[in-house]
Write a protein that binds this ligand. Structure first.
Ligand SMILES: NC(=O)c1ccc[n+]([C@@H]2O[C@H](COP(=O)([O-])OP(=O)(O)OC[C@H]3O[C@@H](n4cnc5c(N)ncnc54)[C@H](O)[C@@H]3O)[C@@H](O)[C@H]2O)c1
Length: 382
């Protein structure tokens, strides 16, 4: 008989994608020895909480996140709240011996992320951050090809995360927490760029120094419910950065939520001494590959469809269907990895992102912001 593990979710926006994945993981990865059960949901607006609870089958709802953390049947606390609300519930949950899952970025600043990491390590509880793009088959293949030396020594990483898909390019889009540094940390950098930085670390290695520039183009926005009133945007709309990796590679990052024509343009290009790889989330199953030895006298990356039954994760889905893997499956895969690690007592890293990865990611973001202020190269603490 499979064991059950109770999950409490804080927040119902990306939280509903999590609920969908918690409910689907045992079907996709059947038979799963550790089956998640949605026990409790916290959110601010009662009518939405009730709707979500009924839709996804939560046993109960709460109007206070502390009640989720204290619920005896909640074994995993899954934090899908705005960034400034990541540390306190996660630290409280660690102190109660609960298993931790936090959405990205782990915290507004590295100092807060460090407190979360310390609390998780002190309590000896599993901890994972929602860098879900690690769990895409094409990204996993890219990582294998870099790790096994197929493209040789990595020289250059180019990472981007550009969108307009939240309507942020319109000055009429109202104030929300993403535009306020005291809640979000940084702007496009914390919301989007953090994913590209995670892939930079996951694929290439630690970032040792950064030089950057940041801009805010829409400096104030209307406040919902207060006609004529404007709120100040104090975060970046666009961040660009140059990066040095510890292993000698160089890299660049650009991230913005104001880029016309881009929806979920999370891309990377990795150039090595023997070949190159390219990836674009908007074409989730394709990996561009060029291997110098196999293409003497020619150039141009060839696009591979990474969704046959031999591809990572794909035997669980609908291989060979031409569109067998989608965005929501990244969450199913990350929860499967999390549950397997708990059940088998195996480490969450390096395949999954731990709170240590979340902390290191925050160190890089802090260094990027510091460089933009000082207009100097800034070392990233190792
Ligand atoms: N991994 C991904 O692909 C992905 C995608 C989107 C968001 N996220 C992350 O998920 C987290 C939540 O983002 P979101 O887009 O769901 O945010 P959101 O604002 O749409 O929703 C957050 C939830 O928190 C609640 N909330 C908002 N402000 C609150 C406050 N002051 N006090 C208490 N509750 C509050 C909302 O009611 C909602 O339930 C963020 O860390 C974000 O970076 C990750």
């Amino acid at each position: 008989m499979p064991k059950e593990i109770g999950v409490g979710v804080l927040g119902y926006s990306i939280g509903r994608v999590h609920a969908h994945a918690w409910n689907n993981v045992s079907e996709v990865y059947h038979p799963l020895p550790l089956v998640p059960k949605l026990v409790a949901l916290y959110g601010r607006t009662k009518s939405v909480v009730d709707f979500e609870a009924e839709k996804y089958g939560y046993a109960r709802t709460y109007d206070d996140w502390e009640k989720v953390v204290k619920d005896e049947q909640v074994e995993v606390v899954d934090n899908c709240l705005p960034v400034s609300l990541h540390p306190e519930p996660m630290i409280a949950a660690a102190k109660m011996g609960k298993k931790l899952f936090s959405e990205k970025p782990l915290a507004r600043r590295a100092k807060d992320a460090k407190k979360m990491l310390d609390a998780a390590e002190k309590a000896k509880v599993p901890h994972m951050v929602g860098y879900n793009y690690r769990f895409i088959p094409a990204v996993t293949v890219a990582r294998q090809m870099i790790a096994d030396g197929t493209i040789g020594k990595v020289l250059h990483f180019k990472g981007s995360y550009l969108t307009t898909n939240s309507g942020y390019d319109s000055p009429d889009t109202t104030m929300r927490w993403q535009f306020q540094s005291d809640v979000s940390g940084y702007g496009a950098l914390s919301d989007l760029g953090t994913h590209a930085l995670d892939l930079a670390r996951y694929l290439v290695g630690e970032v040792s120094a950064v030089a950057s520039a940041q801009s805010t183009y829409i400096g104030e926005r209307p406040v919902t419910g207060s006609p004529g009133k404007k709120g100040k945007v104090d975060v970046d709309d666009l961040t660009v950065a140059a990066m040095k990796f510890k292993n000698g590679a160089l890299g660049t990052l650009d991230t913005s939520w104001l880029m016309p024509g881009r929806m979920d343009y999370l891309t990377f290009e990795v150039y090595g001494s023997k070949g190159a790889l390219s990836y674009n989330l908007e074409r989730i199953n394709e990996l561009g590959v060029y291997l110098t030895e196999q293409n003497p006298g020619s150039s141009g990356l060839r696009s591979l469809n990474v969704m046959t039954k031999e591809s990572p994760y794909m035997k669980q889905y609908w291989p060979n269907q031409g569109g067998g893997f989608g965005w929501d499956h990244t969450f199913v895969n990350e929860f499967h990895h999390y549950l397997s690690s708990i059940n088998e007592g195996t480490p969450i890293g390096p395949q999954g992102a731990t709170f240590l990865d979340g902390y290191r990611n925050c160190l890089i973001m802090d260094a990027i912001a510091e460089s933009a202020r000082s207009q100097k190269w800034v070392q990233v603490p190792q």
